[in-house]
Design a protein around this ligand. Structure first.
Ligand code: NAD
Length: 472
């Protein structure tokens, strides 16, 4: 069983301290970076259809104000608690630094099992939550910008934006108060799948390093890699999709109700369709059932992608993990004790603060779009196509040869919003991967990518504080 009662924030502090010890930075500065700047815990009433009233607990934690706005998702979960929100807010700070997104870290949560309430009740909860944030100045395009997380999605982000705009009538930039909105409500194409796509880019980059793959006894490239995924929500579904389309074989998938296996490969759309029809992924056509959802963690695979919740890989189950690569799509899926065992076994861990940074990267693009009030690609797409057509024409005149229609349409294509978002995401994930890897290669004391990711983040944040003149 996962050690779900383990302090998630303590785990983050341990990872931080391990990397901080390599920096030589003064203790005061490290303390300023590591602790949460503000923690807001509030409660509000919710009326049930039978007239009874219950009191709902909620949080917004702003971990680091070294850059503004702060940014981080909102989680709806019956298990949400302050420790978890603090940990997730801290991870956001380091994540933004790793992918050079100019935000501080934050996170929010509502302690609620959304599945037990009607859509109208969830709308009231979301709007009330937003009101409470407004009252305390904890939301705004230049202050604190929430996004989706576990249990929330585009619908909730649209309610948040609508509530904020109703209170701040006429504010030109009000839509930038939240990201992950539907495209029709100021969202950006590619945000829905961004975290899973980023997870795929992370894996592709890792698998492209021949020496690293050889050390693991694996061939380079994604082709044929056996992937197991825990959690078929937003992140897990899209990670499965892009990995499969990229040449990997998804051999195992777990949801809350259990896990399924198929060594010849599962298709995430078919599994999801089966879940829609039957309420469960179990008994999906062609697949074998596993008794427990956590059995997926120990399944035969090359790459294990935990994409559900924290504290899943622990000292208890790490010895039985067979994957050569653990790709942390969820936040905090591995405890420090679990990680130590994985390291001893030679398992290569691609850490959460890098692996799932695709979501905040594209959220940053959405925020930029909202502030600039123009869709990416709108100004340049047609111009680019015109210039490419002229270039082809000039080549045709010079060579006396004609391009075929299919060659022409493959070459002449102005970038639209989705092209630019995906290209920006791919570049971000590739650059950050090599920054982490280079730090590790330069420093023989660093044995894992998580330490180099934390080290890079701490140094970038420390530089921001030092440039402010606050610390010597
Ligand atoms: P989600 O609510 O869309 O999906 C989570 C899925 O996990 C659900 O389908 C749920 O049923 C399943 N699940 C829960 N417990 C499970 C268990 N024990 N075994 C198997 N499946 C289980 O949430 P999400 O947005 O996909 O987030 C998943 C993780 O990714 C979280 O840790 C979140 O913090 C992290 N994350 C999300 C984003 C984002 O953009 N949504 C960005 C970065 C990180």
């Amino acid at each position: 069983m996962p050690a779900s009662n383990q302090s998630f924030f303590e785990n983050v502090l341990r990872y931080f301290d391990h990397a901080a010890a390599l920096t030589g930075l003064p203790k005061g500065l490290l303390d300023q970076i590591k602790y949460c700047n503000s923690i807001y815990h509030f409660k509000f009433p919710l009326r049930n259809p039978d007239g009874s009233v219950e009191v709902i607990s909620a949080w917004r934690v702003e971990h680091s104000h070294h850059k503004l706005p702060v940014k981080g998702g909102i989680r709806f979960s019956p298990d949400a608690n302050e420790d978890e929100v603090m940990a997730l807010a801290a991870l956001m700070t380091y994540k933004c630094a790793i992918v050079d997104v100019p935000f501080g870290g934050a996170k929010g949560a509502v302690q609620i099992d959304a599945g037990k309430y009607t859509a109208e009740q969830m709308e009231r909860v979301t709007r009330r939550y937003t009101h409470e944030l407004v009252k305390k100045n904890c939301i705004g395009p230049g202050i604190d910008v929430p996004a989706p997380d576990y249990g929330t999605g585009e619908r909730e982000m649209a309610w948040i934006a609508d509530t904020y705009m109703a209170i701040n009538t006429g504010h030109l930039d009000a839509l930038a108060c939240v990201t992950g909105k539907p495209v029709t409500q100021g969202g950006i194409r590619g945000r829905r799948e961004a975290t899973g796509r980023g997870v795929f880019y992370a894996l592709r980059e890792a698998c492209a390093q021949k020496d690293d793959m050889k050390a693991l006894g694996l061939t380079s490239g994604l082709e044929g890699k056996r992937v197991a995924i825990q959690g078929l929500g937003n992140v897990g579904y899209h990670a499965a999709k892009f990995c499969r389309e990229g040449g990997a074989t998804v051999v195992a998938i777990a949801e809350r109700e259990g896990a399924i296996l198929n060594t010849r490969g599962l298709n995430e759309d078919q599994v999801l369709q089966h879940k829609k029809e039957t309420g469960s992924i179990l008994n999906s056509p062609g697949a074998t059932n596993l008794p427990g959802s956590n059995d997926v963690l120990e399944s035969e695979c090359d790459v294990l992608i935990p994409a559900a919740l924290e504290n899943q890989i622990t000292a208890e189950n790490a010895p039985r993990i067979k994957a050569k690569i653990v790709l942390e799509a969820a936040n905090g899926p591995t405890t420090p004790e679990g990680e130590a065992i994985l390291q001893e076994k030679g398992v290569f861990v691609i850490p959460d603060i890098y692996a799932n940074a695709g979501g905040v990267t594209v959220s940053y693009f959405e925020w930029l779009k909202n502030l600039s009030h123009v869709r990416f690609g709108r100004m340049g797409k047609r111009y680019q196509e015109t210039m490419e057509n002229r270039m082809l024409r000039a080549i045709e005149i010079a060579t006396g040869k004609q391009f075929s229609e299919s060659d022409r349409s493959a070459i002449v294509r102005g970038a639209d919003e989705l092209d630019l978002v995906n290209s920006g995401l791919e570049e971000t994930m590739a650059v950050a991967y090599h920054e982490m890897r280079d730090t590790q290669l330069r420093n023989p004391k660093i044995k894992d990518l998580r330490t180099s990711a934390f080290l890079n983040a701490i140094e970038k944040i420390a530089r921001a504080y030092m440039e402010l003149g606050i610390f010597p």
